[in-house]
Design a protein around this ligand. Structure first.
Ligand code: NAP
Length: 479
């Protein structure tokens, strides 16, 4: 990848446009600490112009395009993403330190998301409802207008895709705001989608700070829906601002997901595979299984295997095929995680392995396993968003479930057991939007994804996302 592959300007109305007056984003490669490039940001005036032009593109053609034609364009977007997969993966790797093999998987996932929603267009329709003898009642699923998609830095490309693709499939225009740390693949997505046939203005990509560009989008009167993924704190603020004119809102927020291992499970396999359920993406994953409950009779054996498997993880240069864990996204994020670790040590927790910086440049931190963390300690209760797990033994199912559900979060989690009745009972009892039994897979393009409680509102992915990007209208024709 060369510097000419790094997009530097907002993508508006089908072209990269110079943004006069906006501050610049100075990007740093977190694996090397070296500057990566500079991206221009938009001003609030330019946000307004981009939203108005997206609205015109929606009203002037996109919403009324024949569904088959819309599907053809989105299939084409998927094809063009695949053709550019390697370049996009290299950009993501350099921008946020994502291990290259994960980056390739995530770009491929983005393409798959466009394919899924291209295919969904012809399969998504209203109902006819028997309300009276002679009349005729039916429902329509109608596009909303301009959707603002605000995304985080941990999975920049797939999350941009899983917001944009269903919103576009439903006939909306999208204004995408990438996170300030990771604007590059989103800017490329705008360009590639346009090259694939998406009309100018239908997908605008506006880099800029959340405080300025995000707020301007959330409060713009022509934005009808905000689809947000990020922290619970910002989600709360967006909901407050959106309430002023009752904008539709969907929020995918933080998590503190449990990983529960019963003694009857194949706990050896759980111990071998669970490290990557929390340390993948350097723990910067809303679904990270960061608090582990292990039934006491297998606890010691489990911890021994888990720690050994953690020590074997390949942490280092994200450009290497073999690397499993890259750096944290920034020095600031590493400092945040280290503050959690310092608190844990002060509170008397044991660090069974990891927690120290790797020698050399880059914001690397060896994955840390904490034991003896108290139930009220910060590391047990709060989202750390870094490579840290806490493991605790449990004796009874009911007590464990009470503690699991005491969290304000409810996004994801895993349960390991070979007892089918227990699997059903526990998965019903855990208050979370997504749950995996005997594995750690949380995200499937075809299935709804989202959280209970303070982990969010609404659902991404699956056909549920189409509901979230349409208004439901009922029409009655008298006899
Ligand atoms: P964040 O700080 O909440 O930022 C997310 C996005 O919101 C960024 O684009 C950010 O822009 C923007 N933003 C910030 N302030 C804003 C404001 N006042 N108005 C509108 N937009 C604003 O989150 P993050 O640090 O990027 O990501 C980490 C968080 O995301 C974690 O809590 C994680 O659990 C959550 N997450 C959840 C999911 C899920 O599906 N549930 C998936 C991934 C991540 P700037 O970058 O310019 O600040």
């Amino acid at each position: 990848m060369t510097s000419s592959n790094i997009p530097t300007q907002p993508f508006v109305d089908g072209v990269h446009q110079a943004a006069a007056g906006g501050a610049a984003l100075h990007l740093v490669n977190p694996a090397t600490g070296q500057p990566l490039g500079t991206v221009q940001t938009v001003t609030t005036f330019q946000v307004s112009a981009a939203v108005e032009s997206a609205h015109r593109a929606w009203e002037g053609g996109w919403r009324d395009l024949a569904p088959g034609k819309r599907a053809d364009i989105l299939f084409n977007v998927a094809r063009v993403i695949r053709e550019n997969l390697e370049l996009l993966a290299q950009i993501e790797c350099a921008n946020i330190g994502k291990p290259i093999s994960d980056a390739r998987d995530e770009i491929g996932l983005g393409a798959k998301v466009f394919e899924y929603y291209a295919g969904a267009i012809g399969k998504y329709f209203g109902q006819t409802i028997p309300v009276s003898r002679g009349g005729f009642d039916f429902t329509l699923r109608q596009s909303m207008g301009v959707v603002a998609a605000i995304v985080p830095w941990n999975f920049p490309f797939p999350i941009a895709a899983w917001k944009s693709a269903p919103a576009l499939a439903a006939g909306n225009a999208v204004v995408l705001k990438p996170a300030s740390l990771s604007p590059l693949t989103a800017l490329r997505l705008g360009e590639l989608a346009h090259a694939a046939g998406l009309p100018a203005g239908v997908l605008q990509v506006l880099p800029g700070s959340g405080r300025e560009v995000g707020d301007a989008l959330v409060t713009h009167p022509l934005v009808r829906k905000i689809s947000f993924t990020g922290s619970t704190e910002i989600g709360r603020r967006i909901m407050e601002l959106a309430s002023r004119d009752l904008k539709r809102v969907s929020l995918e927020l933080g998590g503190k997901s449990p990983n529960v291992v019963f003694a009857d499970a194949d706990w050896q396999r759980a111990a071998e595979t669970s490290p990557m359920s929390v340390f993948a993406n350097t723990g910067q994953d809303c679904c990270a299984r960061s608090r582990m409950y292990v039934e006491r009779s297998v606890y010691d054996g489990f911890v021994e295997r888990f720690v050994a498997a953690t020590r074997r993880l390949d942490v280092g240069d994200p450009r290497l095929e073999s690397t499993q864990i890259g750096p944290l996204v920034s020095e600031g994020q590493r400092a945040t995680v280290e503050a959690f670790l310092a608190d844990a040590r002060k509170a008397g927790s044991q660090v069974a392995c990891g927690g120290s910086r790797l020698p050399g440049p880059g914001s690397f931190l060896a994955p840390a396993v904490l034991l003896g963390v108290g139930a009220s300690d910060r590391c047990w209760r709060e989202e750390i968003f870094g490579p840290v797990v806490a493991i605790t033994p449990f004796d009874d199912e009911a007590g464990m479930l009470r503690d699991v559900n005491a969290s304000p979060y409810g996004l994801s989690g895993s349960v390991w057991t070979n007892d089918l009745r227990r699997a059903l009972r526990v998965s019903r009892a855990i208050q979370s939007g997504v749950l995996s039994i005997n594995c750690h897979n949380s995200v499937h393009v075809e299935a709804p994804f989202g959280g209970f409680k303070q982990s969010g509102l609404g659902r991404d992915l699956g056909m549920a996302a189409m509901d979230g990007f349409t208004e439901l209208k009922n029409v009655y024709i008298a006899d």
